[in-house]
Ligand binder design. Sequence first.
Ligand code: GDP
Length: 175
Amino acid sequence: GAGTSNDEFKFKVVLLGEGAVGKSSLMLRYVQGNFNPRHISTIQASFLSKQLVVDGADIDLSIWDTAGQEKYHALGPIYYRGSHGALLVYDVTDAKSFDKVKMWVKELRRALGDDVVLFIVGNKVDLADSRTVETEMATQFATSVGATYEETSAKENIGVENLFELMCSAMVSRA
Ligand code: GDP
């Protein structure tokens, strides 16, 4: 019969940020729906894919994780080349990890230009008592660099699905 055909998009997004901020945990929470409290470090970059529909568009999303390579300062353009979006993750209990996000914003804007969709992600909001980076400060910084700010807990499953859907919606608008 007369089938309907949605727009179709293939998007690549990369997770960037200091080690142990929760990049792998966010990816696994979103794609596999679970959380592993143990920190398993692997040495190769890897990715997982997920199909979703956002704003009436079929999206084939591949999410790239550094898998600990940031520790060896080995992350370069080869990793983020061709990305439509980047999730720059920090840990809200670790101000140093927020500084690292600022570094990544500069590098990505220089390498990928204004078209790349940048989301700054404050993860581990479940650890409210140890929080050191305030929402308002992070939001102001994100706005000043043309990024979107979102907060998540991979552990408690707060804001994770919303984050990836907003990211896809923003990439569809740019496409
Ligand atoms: P990555 O090195 O950035 O990929 O970080 P991981 O995903 O390996 O997480 C590092 C550690 O933080 C692990 O022990 C995780 O269990 C923990 N972690 C990740 N996300 C959260 C979160 O939202 N809340 C809390 N409390 N711990 C988290």
